[in-house]
Design a binder for this molecule. Structure first.
Ligand code: COA
Length: 317
């Protein structure tokens, strides 16, 4: 398969580190040096569904297709205010789609996992044109009275249209069951029989542990992909990594190799937008004409689970 259209959408409201320092015990210097984040976009007047629809319509237009030519919708979303129906169902009609779809939750690694599913569907002949949409509002999982998680995230959506082609070369998925490093528990209704009722609680994160696992597992996935393709970092034009922390990206770069220019970032502007971060980065790089036919691109993401994933492209338009 290959990508023939991309789109992204960010909330209108920009929140700087100084804005956060106005009500949290934090400061621009701490956030910038520890994470690379300078500002992020937060949902205020719009909702996640608006972003999801906007990014999708842009991607379909960029692909030169009509919505009714999309054969399947794959959505990556960790959580939104609806537990059911799925986000794919909620936005399908507003995008103008007539096809079926489904949601996956593989945390911040959702985009690469969705690509794996799209590749399989295409190879099985079940769909020709697939829309992959990543729409996330991680700022809604955080406790905004605390500084540990809330400064890291931003909201956003990124979408790609995939069709038949030979650009997608390989994919590597990793899952290590370790719920405690990063989790967000939603409250559920209680029953007369429930003995373990949990009210729900905001995002809990073991930052240092997560940092180390992210660097080592993401680097491992990338090295596995490179080895299978008989390539080295020198053959790769870009490593497009999940935008969680600039120091995590730097840690992965130190293991995998290559100059900083090969590791593009948008984290400065958007913070961690979960699974939307790679498609948003890709959309901006294509808009800036930074990607040429034949470029070899590695994507790699990691997140709650712990999960990680990497894939390899040889770009075709
Ligand atoms: N502003 C100011 N100080 C803060 C702060 C904030 N927002 N958050 C934490 N601190 C303080 C801590 O309380 C601690 O203070 P102390 O030394 O007095 O105890 C100090 O800063 C250092 O904290 P530490 O946890 O050692 O920082 P760190 O270098 O590990 O960086 C993270 C913290 C969260 C930025 C880093 O661990 C990280 O990025 N982890 C991965 C997170 C992630 O990517 N999550 C999503 C994955 S998809």
């Amino acid at each position: 398969m290959k990508i023939i259209g991309t789109g992204s959408a960010l909330p209108a409201l920009t929140v700087t580190n100084d804005d956060l320092a106005g009500f949290l015990d934090t400061n621009d210097q701490w956030i910038t040096t520890r994470t690379g984040i300078q500002e992020r976009h937060l949902l205020s007047t719009e909702d996640l569904y608006d972003l999801a629809v906007d990014a999708s319509i842009k991607a379909i237009k960029a692909a030169g297709l009509r919505p009714d030519q999309i054969d399947f919708l794959l959505v990556s979303n960790v959580a939104n205010r609806h537990v059911t129906p799925g986000l794919s169902c909620i936005v399908q009609k507003r995008i103008g789609l007539t096809c079926a779809g489904l949601d996956i939750n593989v945390a911040c690694a959702g985009f690469v996992n969705a690509l794996m599913l799209a590749d399989g569907m295409m190879k099985a002949g079940r769909a020709k044109n697939i829309l992959v949409l990543c729409a996330e509002e991680p700022t809604k999982y955080c406790d905004w009275h605390e500084r540990d998680c809330s400064v890291l995230f931003g909201d956003g959506a990124g979408a790609v249209v995939l069709t038949e082609g030979n650009a997608f070369k390989d994919v590597q998925l990793t899952m290590i069951s370790d719920r405690d490093v990063l989790y967000y528990e939603r409250g559920m209704e209680t029953t007369p029989f429930e003995q373990h009722y949990i009210k729900g609680q905001p995002l809990v994160m073991k930052g240092k542990e997560l940092f180390k696992t992210a660097v080592s597992e993401s680097a491992k996935d990338i090295q596995t992909i490179l080895k299978r393709a008989n390539l080295t970092h020198e053959d790769i034009t870009y490593f497009m990594l999940h935008q969680a922390n600039k120091r995590i990206i730097e840690g992965i770069r130190k293991i995998v190799g290559g100059p900083e220019e090969k590791y593009p970032t948008v984290i400065e502007k958007y913070g961690n937008t979960s699974s939307a971060s790679i498609p948003i980065l890709l959309d901006e790089m294509l808009a800036d004409n930074k990607i040429k036919a034949g470029d070899k691109i590695v994507m790699s993401a990691f997140g709650a689970g712990f999960v990680s994933a990497a894939c390899l492209w040889e770009w075709e338009f």
